[in-house]
Design a protein around this ligand. Structure first.
Ligand SMILES: [Zn+2]
Length: 186
């Protein structure tokens, strides 16, 4: 396996969260307190974040095939992991340190506290629920913080795949049978 050097996940977007100023009270999505903070929030988009993209391309380069933006319907609700290995039932989430309250970098921002606190708490709650739903349905769930170096993230996924071989599926056997039938009529 080959992973490009230097492409490590960086949790660069938490330290700049505003400190000191207070805009408590706003329940709507608050306007960015500064241009820097606005850029910061844009960098915090949920999907297709840099760490997620880096992991996806490292996996793809090494021959792993997966689904992105794949919705899994479970009895208890719908879950949309970042990277999904459908046959092996491995679901990978690359969790942003800010959005998902990483213990190392996820300190709550003091600006717009009343807006962010419930929102972030809701994210954490949903993460727990989704992980539980998937596990109950037989999925292996990997939650990887965005600050985890890409080499480590890659190895975590590769190890999960290796320990969970793809099941022999009936459709594969059917295909072989079809092929056999068609050649036998030649
Ligand atoms: Zn972190």
């Amino acid at each position: 396996m080959k992973i490009s050097q230097g492409a490590s996940f960086r949790a660069s977007n938490v330290g700049v969260m505003g400190r000191g100023t207070s805009e408590a009270g706003a329940l709507r999505s608050p306007a960015a307190a500064s241009a820097g903070r606005r850029r910061n929030m844009q960098a915090n988009r949920r999907r297709d974040t840099k760490p997620e993209l880096a992991l996806r391309s490292a996996l793809h380069r090494s021959g792993f095939r997966y689904r992105c933006d794949y919705r899994i319907d479970l009895p208890g609700g719908r879950v949309r992991p970042d990277i999904v290995f459908t046959r092996r039932r491995v679901a990978v989430f690359v969790d942003g340190c800010f959005w998902h309250c990483c213990p190392e970098h996820g300190s709550q921002p003091s600006v717009n506290q009343t807006y962010w606190s419930p929102k972030l708490a809701g994210n954490v709650k949903r993460d727990l629920r989704n992980t539980k739903l998937l596990q109950e349905a037989g999925w292996t769930v990997l939650r990887i913080w965005e600050h985890v170096p890409i080499e480590t993230a890659f190895e975590l996924v590769a190890a999960a795949i290796a320990t969970k071989p793809a099941p022999c599926e009936a459709p594969e056997a059917d295909k072989k049978l079809e092929r056999f039938d068609s050649t036998s009529t030649d």
